[in-house]
Design a protein around this ligand. Sequence first.
Ligand code: GAR
Length: 225
Amino acid sequence: AICRLFFITRVFMKNIVVLISGEGSNLQAMIDACASGQISGKICAVISNNADAYGLVRAKKAGIPSFIFERKAYETYQAMDQAIASQIELIGADLIVLAGYMNILTPAFTQRFAGKILNIHPSLLPKYSGLDTYQRAMTDGETEHGMTIHFVNEIVDGGSIILQAKVPIFPEDEIEDVIARVQEQEHRYYPLVIAWFCADRLKEVDGKAYLDGKPLPPEDYGNEE
Ligand code: GAR
């Protein structure tokens, strides 16, 4: 019976690979959500492009194998992404989660894993794609900011949107206040979206995101728990 249970979980549990570059607080939220059973999936590996990323410590503590691919070891981004892709295929990942991975993936990579890559971005896309989103939003005098979870395609921060969460920016805020407010939403919603994917509820078809067979609106301020 134990053998059969093992077989069933192996068949139904999705293999997740998480790509990081730094702190790994989103990785931690996923580790916790796998442990609590919110996500029916297994983080099989963590991949970092930065050997000093604190997320690697988190992976180690959770017993997750990690792999480092540093740009300086490769002649081109293409070569680096090819090496990462081969590693991911070796692992047999069903889902690739970008969690603060601060490299732009090559089109060859995003096309190879189309519909299987998720990213989280600290802005209400399509506003503030790219870097320094908090500073730019505050300099512009925005009264709200937020985060977007989306499928990844070859356009940077341009893939189909799955879920967005808004937070206020108050006049007296320091940048740290806004970062903390956005990250609270990230840690809450990224595990939820990954849980949807692992339960086969979330799919990308023809460049559009679907949940339970229904297209998600381009701006989706989801509140389903
Ligand atoms: C997250 O806030 C994520 O939205 C952002 O990096 C942070 C990583 O934090 N990602 C991007 O800016 C991608 N363009 P973490 O390492 O603590 O999860």
